[in-house]
Each structure stands twice: as structure tokens, then as C-alpha cells.
Design a protein around this ligand. Structure first.
Ligand code: M6R
Length: 612
């Protein structure tokens, strides 16, 4: 899970001193998707630090204590997802030192905080909270007492800290500066006009600037309203001008634009996202396919939805290119720390590029000598940076916690890559590969068509499912990972227990749960498994299941056995994966809405999981 950080420092010419707190509060709202239980801000004004913070949603806390009215031109803000210490007003960030002259926000975990707290308490420091973060404020205070300037005190304090972090720090002694540091938790800098930013993610300041510097691991520095100072891991100053990138995301991309939720907006953005991702794919898969063809073994590694995309890529590499690849859930990477290495290729898939488990996995595999290819939606994020080669999806920012457009674009990239490998490896003729590529090129249009035809049907289905306690999603072959993704979507946003199984496996246990009315969703592709799937429908129907199917046209013999059918065009399975994903996303979305939940911010979940 992941806290959210934002910091803004502006020249006084930027208007009233409460304007910056408003910008910070808006930025925090853009980071809500990361998951949080409390929120707070701290500002420097009149030679003092003012802190307002509390447990609850930003809107509630703001109503109570007016976060957006805090005065000051240097302001930091934080959304907290509790790790050390329960969600509470006191444990909410920012945290201050004993003198109240330093305030700190943090995303990550300080592993040695118990020892540090003991040491600092013995020296007379008084702690207010139960958090690990507070030790940083007191450590800086300690080094300031020894006569250091704030930046040096901050650097010395960081040297004492073990663990992961993105820190934002303000100090009354340097009222125009926000100090920052990053290790294993994301942090970006935004370059505005007479106003600079730090944040956990770009959408937090996208309304004000598209000029961005991604802070790399173990870098640190500070921003002022018109400058950035950055040092690399060896303490060498970085030429920041060379690091500025103009990102091609627009502020509208991070707004709902009339949709009730980001998730439904992002579902509808898929035709555009797919079209953008298709651009330049031929070039970007070239190098990666060469690496795969030379590999001793090929592995995929990812978490959650991205893992399901891996399963599609893995299936296609096996089936089309005859390459026996394997998919690994990234948090389980340790099992492979001795077996994956020299000569192997590992394909890491992560929309955020920051998922800590995936990052840790590729670090170990790379150290062992494996080559890393990554697929990510965020340019220059940690996983791409540590990879030998990256292919980017161009889905635009995904704010809803549930992955939708990043999933279908990941599948597109992995399918294109598998085709290229199969063709270069002589397993597909040029003509066969061209035909499959042509069908993938139709994905944007096909998805538009599904959205236009099936939104109403899927809404009804979602509403029907709202009272179910459980559901099964069954598929075979390439349909299985799509079933897994459909079940994950229903689980994570509608809180309905859903499990996916290989349809053939369902009779080896799961079928025992089926009773009259039990919903089972069947994914039936135009492939060699179509007839077998009919058998599975019969088995489930015989036990009273409520059978819902996504099926290809001209499959009346299947349609008549289903209680509800979503009939899609007859498609090559390689593009069917993308198309079939869309009704499943819609069903989960409408089930969540019907049950009264906010699909953008599912409970207990965060968009980017930066804690192992
Ligand atoms: O950023 P990543 O793709 O590495 O994230 C991995 C998972 O946390 C993510 O796919 C998660 O399962 C989805 N948000 C669920 O919809």
C-alpha cells in the first residue's frame, strides 16, 4: 500500500498565502487513489510551522479543520495508509520534532525505527505518535543542534535510516525549501512557474506543469520556488536541466470529464489507449524479441492484474513461438533466486513501474545475470529504469485503483511481442503473423463497438450480481487469464467473492459450491476449447448455476444453454483477450455502483503497492 506525498513551494507573487494549501489539498485528492486512512498538511508561516491533520477522508477532515486554509507559501501534504500505529489524528502525517520547527511526510517504512526511537528518547526527545516516520524529524533536530545546516542535518539523518522512503521535509530555518529523498518509494518533481512541486505521482501537480523530473533511487535534494537541487546516490550534483522531461499527459486525463468515476472513464478510454499503444509497437518490440529468442529460459514476473497480463503473454509465447515460458507472482520471487540468472530473460510487467515486489524480483534476477525486459505505463519509473529494455504502454494516467486500460494495453504489447518472436523464430510465416497483427490493429474499433452495444446489458448484469455472495469465472487456454482478471475485478471493487478456475479443473472441487442461482461466468473463445466449454456449462447448469457467457457469434447451440449471453464478433483469440476483458470490467463496475461502493477507491487497496 502507499501513502501519498505532495509539497509545493511558491514565490509570494503567487497570490494569497492560503492559495498554496488549496493546491496541496487538490493534489492530495489526486493521490487518493493510492489508498489512505488519514490526511494532513504542514506550512511555514511567520517563522512557525502550522500543522493540521486528522483521521478520515480528505473531504471530511477538510470540513472539520480546513486543510486548505493553512497559510504559507511552502506547504507539504500527506495521505497516510497506516503501517506503524493505528489510523488516528495523532499518527497522521506530517510529524514534527520537539521544537516544532521541522515537519516531515513519508511514504515507506523505516525498519530500524525502534532502535532510533530508543536512542532519541534517551537523549530527551519526546515522541507524539506511534509512527516510524517521526524519528526522522527528531534525528534532523538532533543534527541541527550540532550546528549543521538543515540540508546537512537531513543528509546525516538519512544515513541513519534503514528501509524504504520518499520523504518531504520543511524547516522554519529555510522557509523557501522543501527537502526530499527517495529510496524504493516513488517521488517526482514538477517544475512550475515561480512554483515547484514534489509528489508521489505526476497527477498531483499535472494541472500546473507537465515538466517533470523523476527522482531516482537514493537521490536527494531540495526545491525552492524557482530552482531544484538534486544529488545522486554518490552525493554528486545532478544536471537537473538534462533530467527534465515534458510528459504527454494532459490535465484532463487526470480529471473525470463528466464521468461519475475514473474507472468508468478509463474503461471508455480504452479505444484511445489501445490506438496510442499500437503506435510504434513494431519498433519497440524488435530488440526485446531478439533478447527472447537468444534466451536460455523466459520468465514473466508481476503482481495482480499485471500478472494476469503476463499469463496471456506466457500463453502466446508457448503457443505461437513454441517457447516454454513461465509466469511468476512477484511476491514469490525468492523461490527462483537461485534458478533464474545468466542467459535468462525476465519480462517484468507493471503499469506503475513502482510495485515493490516486482522491483525486488528484477533486482535479484538481474544481479544473477538475467536480462530484464519491462512493460510499463510510466516513463522512467523504477522498474523501467532498472531494466535492460522497456516497452511502454500508452494508456495515459490510470487513477482508478482497479486496472482497466493499463491491462488491455499490456495484453496488446505482450501479444505483439509474442507475434514478433514467433515470426522471427520461424514459427509463424510472415503472412500468418501479418494476419494476426491486422486483427490486433482492430482492437480499438472492436472495443468501441462492445462499449456501445453492451454497456446497458452489463449494467443489468452487474445489478443482478449485486446480491450474490460468490461467483465463478471459468475459461480455458487463453481465456483463463481473462477469467482470472474478471474475478479479481468483481472481488476488489464490488466485494463479491469471485474465483476463477480453468474450466476443466472446476469439477475437481469447486463445483461442490454450486447451488441454484450460483453465478458462473463462462469465457468462450472461437478456439479449440469451444465444445469443451459447452460441457462445462452443462455441468454447472445441472447443479442450478446461473450461467452467464461471453461467446462468439454463430454459437446458438451455446447461447441457448446460457441464462445470459454477451455475443461478440468471431475473433481470433489473440484480440479476443482484449475485447472480452471489457464486459467483465463493466460488470464489476456496475455491481460495485449498485452495491453503493466507490469503485475508484476500494477499501484496503492502493493503486501502487510500495511495501513488500
Ligand atoms: O502497478 P502494477 O501493475 O505493478 O500493479 C500491480 C497490482 O498491484 C495491480 O495490477 C492491481 O492488482 C490492480 N490495480 C488491480 O486492479
Amino acid at each position: 500500500m502507499a501513502c501519498g506525498i505532495i509539497g509545493v513551494t511558491a514565490r509570494k507573487s503567487q497570490g494569497s498565502p492560503s492559495r498554496i494549501a488549496e493546491i496541496v489539498k487538490k493534489g492530495l485528492e489526486k493521490l487518493e487513489y493510492r489508498g489512505y486512512d488519514s490526511v494532513g498538511v504542514a506550512a511555514i508561516y511567520d517563522n512557525r510551522i502550522l500543522v493540521r491533520k486528522g483521521k478520515g477522508k480528505i473531504s471530511e477532515v477538510n470540513r472539520r479543520i480546513k486543510l486548505d486554509r493553512v497559510l504559507g507559501w511552502t506547504v507539504i501534504g500527506h495521505t497516510r495508509w497506516a503501517t506503524h500505529g493505528a489510523p488516528s489524528d495523532i499518527n497522521a502525517h506530517p510529524h514534527t520534532d520537539c521544537s516544532g520547527k521541522i515537519a516531515v511526510v513519508h511514504n515507506g517504512i523505516i525498519q530500524n525505527y525502534v532502535e532510533l526511537k530508543k536512542e532519541l528518547t534517551a537523549k530527551g526527545h519526546r515522541f507524539q505518535s506511534e509512527t516510524d516516520t517521526e524519528v526522522l524529524a527528531h534525528l534532523i533536530e538532533e543534527y541541527l543542534k550540532k550546528g549543521n545546516e538543515v540540508f546537512h542535518a537531513f543528509k546525516k539523518a538519512l544515513k541513519r535510516i534503514k528501509g524504504s522512503y520518499a520523504f518531504g521535509v520543511i524547516a522554519v530555518d529555510e522557509p523557501d525549501k522543501i527537502f526530499f529523498a527517495r529510496k524504493d518509494s516513488p517521488l517526482v518533481i514538477g517544475i512550475g512557474r515561480d512554483m515547484n512541486f514534489i509528489a508521489s505521482d505526476i497527477p498531483a501537480f499535472l494541472e500546473y506543469t507537465r515538466d517533470v523530473i523523476i527522482v531516482y533511487d537514493e537521490e536527494l535534494g531540495y526545491i525552492t520556488p524557482d530552482s531544484v537541487y538534486l544529488e545522486d546516490e554518490n552525493g554528486i550534483p545532478v544536471n537537473v536541466k538534462m533530467r527534465i522531461r515534458k510528459i504527454d499527459w494532459t490535465p484532463d486525463m487526470a480529471k473525470k470529464e463528466g464521468y461519475p468515476h475514473f474507472m468508468i472513464k478509463e474503461i471508455h478510454e480504452q479505444p484511445r489507449a489501445l490506438r496510442d499503444t499500437l503506435r510504434g509497437l513494431d519498433e519497440s518490440v524488435g530488440e526485446a524479441s531478439k533478447l527472447i529468442l537468444e534466451a536460455r529460459k523466459v520468465y514473466f514476473v508481476a503482481a495482480g492484474t499485471s500478472y494476469h497480463a503476463c499469463l496471456v503473454g506466457d500463453y502466446l509465447l508457448n503457443i505461437l513461438a513454441g517457447i516454454p515460458s513461465f509466469s511468476i507472482i512477484s511476491s514469490e520471487y525468492k523461490k527462483y533466486r537461485r534458478s533464474i540468472g545468466e542467459g535468462d530473460v525476465v519480462i517484468a510487467v507493471s503499469q506503475s513501474g513502482e510495485t515493490i515486489d516486482t522491483l525486488m524480483a528484477i533486482r535479484v534476477f538481474k544481479k544473477n545475470g538475467a536480462k530484464i525486459i519491462s512493460v510499463s505505463n510510466v516513463v522512467d519509473s523504477a522498474i523501467p529504469r532498472e531494466s535492460n529494455y522497456t516497452i511502454y504502454t500508452r494508456a495515459g494516467p490510470e487513477i482508478g485503483v482497479a486496472a482497466t486500460k493499463t491491462f488491455t494495453t499490456q495484453i496488446l504489447v505482450l501479444s505483439w511481442l509474442s507475434l514478433s518472436v514467433a515470426e522471427k523464430g520461424g514459427k509463424l510465416t510472415e503472412n500468418e503473423a501479418r494476419k494476426m497483427r491486422d486483427s490486433l490493429r482492430k482492437a480499438p474499433l472492436l472495443v468501441s463497438d462492445i462499449l456501445a452495444r453492451y454497456e446497458g446489458v452489463t449494467k443489468k448484469l452487474g445489478e443482478e450480481l449485486m446480491n450474490s455472495r460468490s461467483a465463478f469465472y471459468l475459461g480455458r487456454g487463453i481465456g483463463l487469464p481473462i477469467a482470472m482478471e474478471g474475478a479479481l475485478k468483481l472481488k476488489e471493487i464490488a466485494y463479491i467473492h469471485a474465483e476463477a478456475y480453468p474450466a476443466g479443473e472446476s469439477k475437481h472441487g469447486p463445483i461442490a459450491l454450486v447451488e441454484p442461482g450460483f453465478p458462473v461466468v463462462f469465457l468462450i473463445f472461437e478456439d479449440e476449447w469451444k465444445r469443451h466449454m459447452l460441457g462445462n456449462i452443462e455441468e454447472m447448469k445441472a447443479r442450478g448455476a446461473y450461467a452467464i457467457g461471453i461467446i462468439p457469434e454463430e454459437s446458438e447451440f451455446i447461447e441457448e444453454r446460457l441464462d445470459k449471453a454477451i455475443v461478440v464478433p468471431k475473433l481470433k483469440p489473440i484480440v479476443g483477450t482484449i475485447v472480452y476483458s471489457v464486459p467483465l470490467q463493466l460488470i464489476a463496475y456496475y455491481a460495485a455502483v449498485a452495491r453503493g461502493y466507490d469503485p475508484d477507491k476500494p477499501r484496503n487497496l492502493a493503486k501502487t503497492v510500495t511495501v513488500e
